[in-house]
Ligand binder design. Sequence first.
Ligand code: MRU
Length: 369
Amino acid sequence: MGILKKEENGLENLEKITHVENVKLSEDGKNVIIIDQTKLPNREEYLTLHTAGDLYEAIFELKVRGAPAIGICAGYGIYVLARQIETEDYDRFLEEFRKYKEYLDSSRPTAVNLSWALNRMENVVTSHSDLPVSKILKLLEQESRMIQEEDIRMCRAISEFGLSLIHDGDGVLTHCNAGPLATSQYGTALGPLFLGKERGMNFKVFADETRPLLQGARLTSHELAKSGIDVTLICDNMASLVMKNGWIQACFVGCDRVAANGDTANKIGTSGVAILAKHYGIPLYVLGPSSTIDLNCASGEDITIELRDADEIKTKFYEEPMALPEVKCYNPAFDVTDHTLITAIVTEEGICYPPFTDSLAEVFRKKRS
Ligand code: MRU
């Protein structure tokens, strides 16, 4: 077989998918521009976010979603809002900045990247109280861009480390969406699959549809299929069977908040996948940047789980309601996977094995040095 031309190999599409501009600052710095993830895969629509309400709603309604992407959006968002504060007085500026910060921070509780990015931005303001507001704004813009640039580097490193855990031809199961749309470039759990594809490797990916909001069906299967990666979409309750059939050699999942002991909050259903993987003797890897590790949480007990509206279960994707209006629903958006079910946590600093209390602490020691 001759060498395939780039387009025959599907590599152009792959690059388009891995480098999607899902969140960015507008050229004049006045707006945040996002791809509306609720419209995918059927429509590629972009939204321009300018007000605090626009930004809050975009995060709350999952128009921008995925822990790192939420953090990046919040970083750019608070910069855009800071520009709208009409004062030269530092104390008044800080007061208004903090109001915006608290408001954005309240949009979703579980992914730590949101408060992580907002705290970084606040630190810029509080550590430069001697500077005029105009200079502080410049530094805020730089910091917000740095958050995204760092995420790109972290995802790339995670993809390399993750790729070292699998072999050409392996079957990989994933849950929810931890691809480029959820980050900036490549993604975390999906990053190794894209990187492997670039290098001519082939994997058989099984994507859980991920009820109730179907991020696996709408986003993961879209990103993988468009990149020419062999993906099979399954309903969440089919994961056990595909594992039993021997089709899965590794499970790759993302994370929204990792506690100091390795307990990991990720999309609801992840802990079920982990329990099944343990039963069938399949390794389960959590892939995420250090910005998702929260050493202030000793264990998963300290992680707040977002509860969402019943409509997401009963009506969202259906022409007619799927249950009677009076039926009660319980709709947690995340669950915590116990650290004992996790084979390793893959960060940009390397692959952390149990005991996670030590290996995760080491990640931060390395970052400081
Ligand atoms: O509710 P979502 O769609 O924001 O949940 C996203 C996830 O659970 C992802 O797996 C996680 O944020 C990691 S994204 C790299």
